[in-house]
Design a protein around this ligand. Structure first.
Ligand code: GLC
Length: 718
C-alpha cells in the first residue's frame, strides 16, 4: 500500500503514551452482562450441553445487555470492537473515542460478514460451485454496502482455507478443496468488500483468514494440529492467502491451529518471514478470538504474559477478546522483556489501516438514516436469488426435472419450511424471518402443493419433494462430524416416498459434502441446494420448475463413506494405484471412486466436447476445445482444464485444476473455448524448497468435470 500516511502515523505515535499504544491493540468482543453469574460463553456451553434449557437461556438473555466497557474506551484502552453492527451503537461509541479520549483516535469496527450482512446469500461453499468470479465480486459488494451501513469497517472474511476433509464443519465457509478456486474466490471477495477506494463509506477492509492451512486439521477435527511438509503447504494451501494479499487485502487473521508444532499466532516463519517478508504485506493482523491466550493451552507459552510477548513479537497486531495484551504489554515493555519498537510497529499497522479507511477524516461513515433503506432491497434479493440458483448443483436427474407447470407438489421434511436453516452456520446479521422457504415460495407463487405430514397425502400429489440433509448447526465452526452419512430418518423418508411409486426429487441442504450413496443409487433426482440464503425457496423453485437451468459444479468431492475422508481429486497416484487387483491402494469395503467427483454437476441440457488441441507458446500453453450444446435449451457450461506433471523430482497429483471458463451456449450452439496456462503455473516446490517447472511430459485434460475429460500429452522443456 502507499506510504502516504507514514508521516501522520509517526507524528501520532510520538504523542502516544504506552497505555494509549496498547489500547490500539485491544479489540473488545460483544460481552453481555445480566442476571447471570457466569460468562456469556459459559452460558452458551451450559445450554449446548443441556445444563440449562433453551427457554431458560433465552430468558436470561432477555434480561441481559451488552457491556461496551465505555469507561475503558474513554481511558484510551480500546482500539476496536468485534460484532457490533448497528449505526446508533457504532456512532455512539465512535463519538466517545473521537471526542472524549485524549488523542481522539477513531475506533475500527470488525464483524463476521461471511456471506452477506442482512441479505444472506448462499454460504461460501455453495457460491463457490458457481465458478463465477464476477458473481463473487457482486455479492461481496452487496455485503459491503449493507455491512458498512451497519457501521462495519472490516469483515473477518474471505475465508480461503483449502478444505479436503468433509468431516470439518468449516468446509462450509470457504471455496472447497482446490487452491485455484479458493484463490479466485478470495480475490473476488477482496475486490467486492474493499471496492476501488477504501475511504468510501461503502467500502470495508477484507481480513483474509485463517492464516494458514486451518482446513487441514488432523482427522477433520476443528482446531486440531496441522502437520505437513513445507512443500505441500506452499503447493496446496498458501496460494489463496497470497493471492488475496496481492489483490490488496488489508488485514489477515492467523489461524487457531499450529503448523508443524508452532501455533500460527506465535509462528514467526509464517507471520514475519512469509507474510511480511516474502509477500510484503504492510496491513494489520488481528488474532482469532482468544487465540493469543490459547497459546498457553497449545503449550507454546507458559502463561498469558508469555503468550502476549510471543504473539506481539510474532506480529499479531491486534488481540481479539483475550485481553492478554491489555493485561501484560505495559509491564513487558517497562521491564524490557519486550521492545517498544515492536509495539510501535503493530500500532502503526493498525493506524495505517484506520487511515486507509478514512476514519481520521470521517469517523462517522454511516447513520441511522442510511440504515433505514440499506437492507434487503429488491435488487439485493434478486442478486441473492441469482447467486442461489447459480450455486445449486444438479447431481442426478432421471427425466424427473424440470417439473411441468401445474403439477401438484407433495413436500416432505422439516427443512422445507425452516426459514432460519436457510441462513447457514455463519449468519450473525441474518434474520430467519427474512428467508423464503420452499413452502413459502410455493404459497407466494401459487404453486399447487401440500406440505405433507404423512405419506398418505402423497396420493393427491404428482411429484414428491424430500427436503433432507443437515441443519445449519451441524456445520460451521466447532461442528466437525465423525460421520457424514445422511441420517437414517432421511433415508427412511426417501425410501417411503419411493415406495409410493411417485416421482421423487431430493433437495439436499448441507454445509459440507455428505456421504449419499443411497440417494445416488435410489433417488431419481437430486438437487444440491446447500444453505441458499434469504431467497432459498424462490431459487429452488426456479430450478425445480425449469425457470432456470442449473449450472453449478461441485468444488468438493462427495465420498461414499466417512472412512474415505480426507478425499479429494488432486490425489497422488501412489506406487500401486487403486484398481481391481488385491495389492493396490484401495479399501476392501468401499469403492475407490467418489459418489460425485470434484467439478461434477448436471444441466437440463447436454454438452459434447471434442477437438482438444494443446500448443506451446512463448510463456505458456494455449489450450482449445470445442463444446457443443446438444440439448433442447440454452445453458451455462463450466469448462474445466486440468494438468498433470507425469514425472517430477517430487511426485505430483494425478491432476490439478489450472483454468476454467463458464460459457453460455444456446441449444445447438458450439464454441471453441480457449485457455492460456503459464509455464510458471506448472511449477511446484521441490526438495530444495525452490519453486519451478521441471521438463517432461504433461497431460492436459479438459472436460465437464474432473473425472470426464479429453486428454492430450505434451513434452515441455524449461
Ligand atoms: C471465530 C472464528 C473466526 C471469526 C472470529 C470472530 O472463532 O474462528 O473465523 O472471524 O471468531 O468472530
Amino acid at each position: 500500500m502507499g506510504k502516504q500516511y507514514e508521516a501522520k502515523i509517526n507524528a501520532l505515535l510520538s504523542k502516544m503514551t504506552l497505555e494509549e499504544k496498547i489500547g490500539q491493540l485491544q479489540q473488545c468482543g460483544p460481552s453481555l452482562v445480566g442476571a447471570f453469574e457466569v460468562s456469556f460463553d459459559e452460558l452458551l456451553d451450559m445450554m449446548f450441553d443441556g445444563r440449562i434449557s433453551k427457554e431458560e437461556f433465552d430468558k436470561l438473555m432477555a434480561g441481559a445487555k451488552q457491556d461496551f466497557h465505555e469507561d475503558d474506551l474513554r481511558a484510551g484502552k480500546i482500539g476496536s470492537y468485534n460484532g457490533i453492527g448497528d449505526a446508533e451503537t457504532v456512532n455512539r461509541l465512535q463519538k466517545i473515542a473521537v471526542e472524549e479520549t485524549r488523542l481522539g483516535i477513531p475506533l475500527l469496527f470488525g464483524y463476521d460478514v461471511i456471506h452477506g450482512f442482512r441479505t444472506m446469500t448462499p454460504i461460501p461453499l455453495a457460491e463457490s460451485c458457481a465458478w463465477d468470479p464476477t458473481l463473487w465480486v457482486e455479492t461481496g459488494r452487496l455485503a459491503a454496502q449493507e455491512a458498512t451501513a451497519g457501521g462495519v469497517h472490516m469483515t473477518f472474511a474471505p475465508m480461503v482455507d483449502v478444505a479436503k476433509d468433509a468431516r470439518w464443519g468449516r468446509v462450509s465457509e470457504g471455496a472447497g478443496e482446490d487452491a485455484l478456486l479458493n484463490s479466485d474466490y478470495g480475490v473476488a471477495k477482496v475486490k467486492g468488500y474493499q471496492g476501488e477506494d477504501l475511504t468510501k463509506p461503502d467500502a470495508m477492509v477484507a481480513c483474509v483468514k485463517h492464516f494458514a492451512a486451518y482446513g487441514s486439521g488432523e482427522a477433520g477435527r476443528d482446531y486440531n494440529r496441522v502437520d505437513m511438509s513445507l512443500q505441500r503447504l506452499r503447493d496446496e494451501y498458501l496460494p489463496p492467502y497470497e493471492a488475496c494479499i496481492k489483490a490488496g487485502a488489508r488485514a489477515v487473521m492467523p489461524a487457531f491451529n499450529d503448523i508443524n508444532g508452532v501455533p500460527c499466532s506465535a509462528n514467526k516463519w509464517l507471520l514475519r518471514d512469509i507474510l511480511r517478508g516474502e509477500w510484503g504485506f504492510d496491513g494489520m493482523t488481528v488474532s482469532d478470538a482468544n487465540a493469543v491466550a490459547e497459546c498457553v493451552n497449545h503449550g507454546i507459552a507458559s502463561d498469558r504474559r508469555d503468550a502476549a510477548r510471543q504473539c506481539l513479537e510474532t506480529g499479531v497486531d491486534m488481540d481479539m477478546t483475550s485481553n492478554s495484551y491489555i493485561a501484560h504489554i505495559k509491564e513487558l515493555v517497562e521491564s524490557g522483556a519486550l521492545s517498544e519498537k515492536t509495539l510501535d510497529e503493530s500500532v502503526a499497522n493498525i493506524l495505517r489501516v484506520k487511515h486507509e479507511l478514512g476514519l481520521f477524516e470521517n469517523p462517522y461513515q454511516t447513520s441511522v438514516e442510511r440504515e433505514k433503506t440499506a437492507y434487503l432491497t429488491p435488487e439485493a434479493r434478486q442478486l441473492a436469488r441469482r447467486s442461489a440458483v447459480k450455486s445449486m448443483v444438479l447431481l442426478k436427474n432421471e427425466n424427473v426435472l424440470p417439473i411441468a407447470a401445474g403439477k401438484k407438489l407433495g413436500i416432505f421434511g422439516k427443512l422445507a419450511d425452516s426459514r432460519g436453516e436457510m441462513l447457514g452456520p455463519w449468519a450473525i446479521g441474518g434474520h430467519s424471518e427474512d428467508c423464503v422457504s420452499i413452502v413459502d415460495a410455493c404459497k407466494a407463487q401459487g404453486i399447487p402443493y401440500i406440505y405433507c405430514d404423512s405419506t398418505e397425502q402423497a396420493a393427491d400429489c404428482d411429484v414428491l419433494i424430500a427436503a433432507v440433509g443437515e441443519t445449519k448447526d451441524l456445520s460451521g465452526e466447532a461442528a466437525s462430524r465423525a460421520s457424514i452419512e445422511l441420517g437414517s430418518e432421511d433415508i427412511a423418508l426417501v425410501q417411503t416416498l419411493l415406495d409410493t411409486g411417485k416421482a421423487v426429487v431430493v433437495v439436499l441442504f448441507n454445509g459440507r459434502p455428505l456421504a449419499i450413496p443411497y440417494l445416488a443409487e435410489k433417488a431419481p433426482a437430486i438437487l444440491e441446494a446447500w444453505f441458499p440464503g434469504v431467497e432459498a425457496g424462490n431459487a429452488i423453485l426456479d430450478v425445480l420448475l425449469g425457470r432456470e437451468n442449473p449450472s453449478g459444479k461441485l468444488t468438493t468431492t462427495f465420498p461414499h463413506t466417512t472412512g474415505q475422508c480426507p478425499m479429494y481429486y488432486a490425489h497422488m497416484n501412489t506406487g500401486r494405484p487403486g484398481g481391481k487387483s488385491k495389492f493396490t491402494s484401495k479399501y476392501l469395503d468401499t469403492p475407490l471412486e467418489p459418489v460425485y467427483p470434484f467439478g461434477y454437476g448436471l444441466s437440463y441440457t447436454s454438452y459434447k466436447y471434442w477437438g482438444l488441441a494443446v500448443e506451446k507458446a512463448a510463456n505458456g500453453l494455449n489450450v482449445t476445445v470445442y463444446v457443443k450444446n446438444t440439448g433442447e435449451r440454452g445453458g451455462d457450461e463450466i469448462v474445466q482444464c486440468y494438468v498433470r506433471d507425469l514425472v517430477g523430482s517430487r511426485v505430483r497429483p494425478v491432476k490439478e485444476l489450472k483454468a476454467y471458463k463458464k460459457v453460455f451456449l444456446s441449444a445447438g450452439a458450439e464454441e471453441c473455448v480457449g485457455f492460456h496456462i503459464a509455464y510458471e503455473d506448472l511449477g511446484f516446490w521441490n526438495n530444495d524448497m525452490h519453486y519451478g517447472m521441471e521438463p517432461g511430459d504433461f497431460v492436459v485434460s479438459v472436460g465437464s468435470n474432473s473425472a470426464q475429460t479429453l486428454n492430450q500429452t505434451i513434452y515441455l522443456d524449461c
